[in-house]
Design a protein around this ligand. Sequence first.
Ligand SMILES: Nc1ncnc2c1ncn2[C@@H]1O[C@H](COP(=O)(O)OP(=O)(O)OP(=O)(O)O)[C@@H](O)[C@H]1O
Length: 234
Amino acid sequence: MSNTALELRQVERTYQQGDVPLHVFRGASLTIRPGELVALVGPSGAGKSSLLHIAGLLEKPDAGEVLIAGAPCMGLSDAEKTRVRRTEIGFVYQAHHLLPEFSATENVVLPQMVAGVRRKAATAVAERLLGRLGLEYRLEHRPAQLSGGEQQRVAIARALANRPSLLLADEPTGNLDPKTSRAVFNEFVSLTRGEGVAALVATHNLDLAREMDRVILLHEGLLVDGADLASTPD
Ligand SMILES: Nc1ncnc2c1ncn2[C@@H]1O[C@H](COP(=O)(O)OP(=O)(O)OP(=O)(O)O)[C@@H](O)[C@H]1O
């Protein structure tokens, strides 16, 4: 096993906004160890979502390298990147993006079957993960029959279903009311730790960020480790 789950080396990315170049990353680097939970904070527009897209091999930086589980990925073909995404990375977004016509269990089974797992084994994994998130009585419910917190729990179970080494989460509880957000966040942390998965979690919520192993601040195109949260804008 590699001794890093995610490494970004000197990542640079410039977006063109009209005539004005926007240097979102100017040599951003970070290392996340296996099983480590890291919060990514920074003001709105700093580039948190963009960083997760680059780390998740969904977007290519202009320069720099991304290593997943120790393996450099920038030279990979699109098909090879897709394979790395399927086997090594789980994604959780602010909106759950569940398939509306499928049950909670099926939403967690399907990505496993796409990865080649048989239905019976995939169902066992889905029921175990959903059970760990308190959804054992909601297995056959479709997303519209679930509350917002329950939908997001299903999305978390889905992200973990293929036993990724890295979870990338963009405001995973951002759409929930404060009480539900706290409950789902606690379960997210407990399950992620229990599964031994590393996570990079973009959040505006500094209280939640402080509970992770480490906080990284995105500031003017660079990543600042162990940021002093007292001076961080919310
Ligand atoms: N494809 C693109 N083309 C042009 N500009 C982009 C593109 N993607 C992102 N940006 C710009 O890059 C900046 C960073 O955007 P990003 O969504 O990553 O920020 P963020 O920190 O996640 O913000 P928020 O906290 O509000 O979600 C923004 O100014 C955004 O407008």
